[in-house]
Ligand binder design. Structure first.
Ligand SMILES: [Zn+2]
Length: 321
């Protein structure tokens, strides 16, 4: 039975299952916990800036849900980035989520090498997944890296959690044109060797793990969240509460683009301006053009002489045209 928790009044149960929302659930004193996310408009807005082949779009949606689930497991203030870097035709996926669940994502790929039906390993090849947490306020940076698992992005993330946090974790991800969704179930560290509790935790985790193995993409994408969780955690006393609304919001700004131009160097920037009158940097996430003329360029390089370059350049995010 699903119990409404904290923010939820029983009369509001009907609102559970709305789109563009991340939820948290917990079982048996929160020793097994999970998050689930389902995106509609936020996902549609995010992907409308590029013409992605279906297989690329699917993986981009999965990566977007993955970064949201990762963010939901953490307490941080700043930005979480998940990068999928492989040697396949889909060279790079960058998905980002802030602590308040503003998301953006982009993929780079060789269009002519993308076939209509490609398995995950054919699409991404071999490579790594890099998870970066940048805490803007205190300027700290954490990075975790795991090899891409050839079977799926979700399996790669299971490995990531097993290695980096040593918590048994199961992730499922799915994305279609209008919807993307994901769920993560995790067994928390036990609380001092209580054998009864440990066995309940193991059983609850194993129940969820087995149910998630059977779960179809359609169920994950469209089945009402209440139903879905009850089927995954069958027989367990589940608490569900809404964590946060998710929305697409690009955070490109003049400062980030200036930093990227600084890393390009004054000689290169001046030569583009001499040739074209201005340098235009188009944000890959939202296609917004940022135009710098000679006066703007002078000021960013003058600033560079008196301040250290930003520690977080928007590298791999913007391109000069
Ligand atoms: Zn942007």
């Amino acid at each position: 039975m699903i119990k409404n928790h904290r923010m939820f009044d029983p009369s509001l149960t009907g609102s559970i299952g709305q789109m563009d929302c991340v939820y948290r659930f917990a079982i048996e004193k929160e020793s097994v916990r999970g998050q689930c996310v389902r995106l509609g408009l936020a996902w549609q807005e995010l992907r409308e800036y590029a013409d992605y082949p279906p297989s690329v779009s699917e993986l981009l949606g999965q990566a977007t849900c993955a970064v949201i689930l990762l963010a939901a497991t953490l307490k941080f203030e700043g930005e979480l980035t998940l990068q999928l870097q492989g040697d396949g035709p889909l060279r790079l996926v960058v998905a980002q989520c802030t602590h308040d669940f503003k998301i953006r994502a982009v993929a780079r790929f060789d269009r002519e090498r993308i076939a209509s039906q490609m398995r995950f390993n054919q699409l991404v090849g071999q490579g790594q997944i890099v998870v970066t947490i940048e805490s803007g306020a205190i300027g700290s940076r954490y990075q975790g890296i795991v090899a891409i698992d050839e079977s799926s992005l979700a399996a790669s993330l299971d490995n990531y959690f097993n290695h980096s946090e040593q918590l048994p974790t199961r992730v499922v991800l799915a994305a279609a044109a209008g919807t993307a969704a994901g769920m993560l179930v995790q067994r928390m560290p036990d609380h001092g060797g209580n054998a009864d509790l440990l066995s309940i935790e193991m059983n609850a985790f194993e129940t969820a793990d087995a149910a998630l193995t059977r779960l179809t993409t359609d169920e994950l994408l469209v089945r009402p969240i209440n139903d879905l969780l009850q089927s995954v955690m069958l027989g367990y006393d589940l608490r569900l509460f809404e964590l946060h609304t998710v929305r697409f919001e690009c955070r490109c700004n003049k400062q980030r683009v200036s930093s990227m131009l600084r890393s390009l160097g004054q000689i290169e920037v001046d030569s583009i301006i001499a040739e074209q009158g201005a340098v235009t940097v188009t944000c890959e996430f939202c296609q917004r053009p940022w135009v710098f003329d000679a006066i703007d360029a002078d000021s960013i390089f003058a600033e560079a002489k008196i301040t250290a370059p930003d520690s977080i350049p928007d590298s791999g995010v913007a391109r000069a045209s």
